[in-house]
Design a protein around this ligand. Sequence first.
Ligand code: SF4
Length: 249
Amino acid sequence: MKVRVGGILDMSTIDYSGKISSVIFFHGCNFRCPFCYNIALVEGNDYQELETTEVIEKIKKHKNFIDAVTITGGEPTLQIEGLKELCEGLKSMKLLVKLDTNGYRPDVVKKLLDDNLLDFVSVDIKASSDKYNELAGINCDLTRIKHTLEVLRNSEVDYELRTTIVPGANDSEEDIRKVCDFIKPTKAYVLQQFRHEGGTLDKSLSNTPKMERVKLLKLANVAKKQGLKVKIRTEEEGEEIIKECLETF
Ligand code: SF4
């Protein structure tokens, strides 16, 4: 079975929390998030069609140096058969497998979990429900995202939900409170920094400044007050766990 792959990163310390992982970038996506900086993975034809066995062979070369493989995109769940075959090959090598997804294919996530092919799942939550279409760039059926969250809650798998905080788009305290209402209960919620070094799908966002860490901390505090386990991710400090609610900023 072939998969469309936009690239493979041999080793990363930032894509799977606490693990060293290779990263496989699937090509193609069913969303058009205006803030997306993986433009080449979403648009255009800059990909290779590889047999899953070829991908596995590439990963094998680094097997002694990695704990895990992160499968990301684009949107990996669009290539269900290849994704499943790839996960099976990686698990047979005793590697941990993390899936990054936009949560729009709950059936695929469930199938992979039922087959014990995933160790960690990270789901992008684009915004609160009233802004989801705007931040996903398509008309979303939110029941599909909710279904994915139910699948994760009903499984034993470790998972996190994460939102890229985009200045002026989903960065108010009210936005974060509404997202928390949408995702509760959850194991972990991550607020990550909007960045645009390589450009963005919506070119007008390429001039938007990078989200400031202090603003992210403030918004994380809003989520923390909702009783969630919260982290932030920034270029400056990497991953930080928000340990307690701060009364003032
Ligand atoms: S940020 Fe949006 S458009 Fe870009 S790969 Fe993820 S889901 Fe697709």
